[in-house]
Design a protein around this ligand. Structure first.
Ligand code: P6P
Length: 332
């Protein structure tokens, strides 16, 4: 099979369509290289001296794992010198990080969750990096939070790396969603699935069932009907999966279909949900929609939300289009 590396794919996209500009191609290659470094650190596990807690907490008031901090550093350092960014924002940092003065600034903004699912690191379960790319509005500084507060529809690119049995990069620049697998001998991400399509129907749903008593009625109804299976109104049996790493759960859905739900519940209602809009729900929503799926809060399309705060949270229901539509219909 002809090997198409990420670089060749991006050059061909740049040549063939208007989806990739040179600076965006540079940005994506820099992020992919940073994800390779993170993959190496994650892959060392206990031998790398990077498991366990860092002894600090982040803006979300969550205990940081050493690998959270290391992954954040890797992404900051990788993106400082290229001249493609105006600023960066991370789940691990309260404020956006400006590009150091000694380097030129570019027109893009990069937002990321450097290591999502980090509660799974110490038990050797797949984790990942999620990133989103926006243009920096003219006249605004890349270190000004306001520059980042754009709806998900303004994203020019989004992707995730999943550090699992293989390391993969799943990417969109607005012209479909494409999957690459890290060839460790080459040291390159190689195209392994062009134009991924999420099946419109599914019999698999992902939700943390221990929150059932906190869910709103539409979600309780939807899950109850799945559990009733053939005997119930759905007329078919369902299966459930919950890795508790959004990247792993969403990757499974991008690969074989399903619906991922972290809905509003009584526990998270006051903060608006559990997952973050700018660097989890929006990039995953872009990838899922480009793969033919849907991404909703239950009451509105995630990518239509105009953010008020950099670290704001939203309810998330995304995956197989017809199944998301059913959950949304119960919210009406
Ligand atoms: P719970 C990981 O901490 C995360 O942010 C997502 O990756 C994941 O989907 C969710 O939280 C898991 O949450 O409540 O099941 O532990």
């Amino acid at each position: 099979m002809k090997t198409i590396t990420l670089t060749q794919f991006l050059i061909e996209e740049q040549r063939a369509k208007s989806c990739v500009e040179p600076d965006l191609r540079l940005l994506l290659e820099v992020v992919a290289r940073a994800c390779k470094r993170i993959s190496i650190a994650v892959g060392k596990g206990a031998l790398g001296g990077v498991l366990g807690d860092a002894g600090t907490s982040n803006v979300q008031d969550e205990a940081q794992k050493k690998l959270d901090v290391l992954s954040n550093e890797i992404l900051l350092q990788a993106n400082a010198w290229g001249g493609h960014l105006a600023g960066l924002a991370s789940e691990e940092m309260e404020q956006p990080s400006p590009i150091p003065d000694e380097y030129p600034k570019g027109g893009y903004l990069l937002l990321f969750d450097p290591l999502d699912g980090s509660s799974n690191i110490d038990v050797n379960v797949s984790v990942g990096t999620i990133f989103s790319v926006l243009r920096c509005p003219v006249g605004l500084s890349g270190s000004d939070e306001k520059a980042f507060l754009q709806a998900g529809t303004a994203q020019v690119a989004a992707g995730y790396a999943i550090y699992g049995p293989s390391t993969m990069l799943v990417l969109t620049v607005g012209c479909g969603t494409h999957a690459f697998t890290l060839d460790r001998e080459l040291g390159s991400f190689v195209l392994t699935e062009r134009d991924v399509k999420i099946p419109e129907d599914t019999q698999e749903y992902a939700i943390n069932a221990s929150n059932a008593r906190h869910w709103e009625a539409p979600v309780q109804r939807y899950v109850a009907e799945c559990v009733q299976g053939k005997q119930g109104p759905r007329g078919k049996d369902f299966n459930t999966r919950w890795v508790a790493s959004m990247v792993a759960d969403v990757h499974r859905i991008v690969t074989r279909g399903g619906v991922f739900m972290y809905p509003l519940d009584a526990k998270t209602a006051k903060q608006g949900g559990k997952l973050r809009l700018m660097y989890e729900a929006n990039p995953m929503g872009f990838l899922v929609e480009q793969a033919g799926g849907a991404a909703s809060t239950g009451r509105e399309r995630i990518m239509d939300i105009v953010p008020g705060k950099l670290h704001q949270r939203v309810p998330v229901i995304m995956g197989s289009r017809n199944e998301v539509e059913k959950v949304v219909s119960y919210h009406r």
